[in-house]
Ligand binder design. Structure first.
Ligand code: NAD
Length: 357
């Protein structure tokens, strides 16, 4: 079988990770690199087989007709990139979380993809970490009894981290369908960020299988003292009738069970997580094994995230799925008070409470 030809668009931090790991996998060949800022491309291209480079994603996609259209641009231009991927006839479109920043944009992405046979993958690749896997195995192995609650906590803001928290906790709950969401939010500073988000959002989700989801994301979240590094201070887990199991993004995992405490190491590392994530794309293309980071899973999590923001803006329980588009970020701009966020950690101050000019 020939190699799958890949065009990678957006050669920042994540684009370089993707290109390097496609190049390292024998099932793929990087046939093009695209970024609106051309300068770094020349230096990077030789590390992935020296493919052609350019600044116009649509033109390159039309010309190269890649099997895989991969884009790792910032979250504000999702539907534009999806349209390019669909129109160039790629068999697989791979892109970065979050699916979008608003339901208006997310529904457009979904609509474009519904008219395409392309397989679609969204990069929630932390799940390849051995500590994330160990928690899943403890749950599947019945070590904590029947799961009734899943949860996630992070200090980074929602467009960065909530997408991850929701995806892995939903995996721990076998991707049961979410029924409704209710949330509150505080702090406007990050609403103007390229990863536009409230500074802090906390909320509840009811899943159709009876399981409850509880999430806190941003500067008001509780500390995760098990982890030192601020971006790694994430706690994601499940509580069952007989115990609990949770992963700490930056520092291992633990399960408290009737037969004692199980624990192990592991830390989120791109070079450890990307090979499996990329190989699963080949397995989907060549053997029909659906990728665990398929769009369907990511979109279900996206709806939870947007339902939380919508509830924070409008109040009350928001029923899922979300059928109408809205701009939740604009709604939050109007709904949240201008009071600065009360941060939990001193380290969060520089992100959420910048010094006045
Ligand atoms: N999955 C993860 O673990 C993880 C980690 C970090 C970031 N991300 C996500 O990855 C995405 C990219 O983040 P990043 O940190 O790599 O950003 P980045 O700023 O380092 O890179 C983005 C690149 O896209 C380029 N770009 C912008 N518009 C373009 C266009 N129209 N055509 C071609 N190139 C364009 C920019 O010039 C830049 O080089 C974001 O959605 C972010 O949330 C995911």
């Amino acid at each position: 079988m020939g190699k799958h030809r890949v065009l990678v668009v957006g050669l920042g931090k994540r684009g370089k990770h993707h290109a390097a790991h496609f190049h390292a996998n024998a099932n793929f060949e990087v046939v093009g690199l695209c970024d609106v800022i051309p300068a770094p491309l020349a230096g990077f291209a030789p590390t992935v087989g020296n493919p052609p480079t350019g600044t116009d994603a649509a033109a390159m996609a039309r010309e190269l007709k890649p099997d895989v259209f991969c884009f790792c641009t910032l979250p504000s231009i999702r539907s534009e990139m999806i349209r390019i991927g669909v129109e160039c006839g790629a068999r697989l479109i791979a892109f970065e979380k979050p699916v979008a920043l608003t339901t208006g944009e997310g529904l457009e992405v979904k609509e474009l993809l519904s008219r395409s046979p392309a397989k679609v993958v969204v990069s929630h690749q932390h799940r390849y970490g051995k500590h994330y896997q160990a928690v899943k195995e403890a749950i599947v192995g019945g070590k904590i009894g029947k799961v009734h609650t899943v949860y996630g906590v992070a200090h980074g803001w929602a467009a960065h981290m909530l997408s991850h928290l929701i995806d892995y906790s939903m995996w721990y709950n076998d991707y049961a369908k979410p029924s409704w969401v209710m949330a509150q939010a505080a702090g406007k500073h990050k609403l103007s960020d390229v990863h536009a988000s409230p500074d802090y959002v906390g909320g509840f989700v009811q899943f159709a299988n009876g399981v409850r989801g509880i999430y806190e994301c941003g500067g008001g979240a509780p500390d995760v003292p098990e982890v030192q590094r601020w971006w790694g201070k994430n706690r994601i887990g499940a509580i069952g009738t007989e115990g609990y199991a949770e992963v700490y993004t930056g520092n291992g995992w633990k399960a408290v069970t009737p037969n004692g405490v199980l624990a192990g190491d592991g830390t989120m590392a791109y070079d450890q997580d990307m090979p499996g994530y990329i190989q699963d794309m080949a397995d989907w293309l060549d053997r029909g094994k659906v990728h665990p980071c398929c769009f369907e899973n990511a979109y279900a999590g996206f709806e939870v995230m947007m339902g939380m923001l919508r509830s924070a803006a409008r109040g009350g329980q928001v029923t899922l799925p979300l059928l109408d588009g809205a701009n939740e970020i604009e709604e939050l701009r109007r709904a949240i008070s201008g009071a600065p966020l009360q941060v939990t950690l001193e380290e969060s101050r520089k992100e959420y409470m910048p010094a006045l000019p």
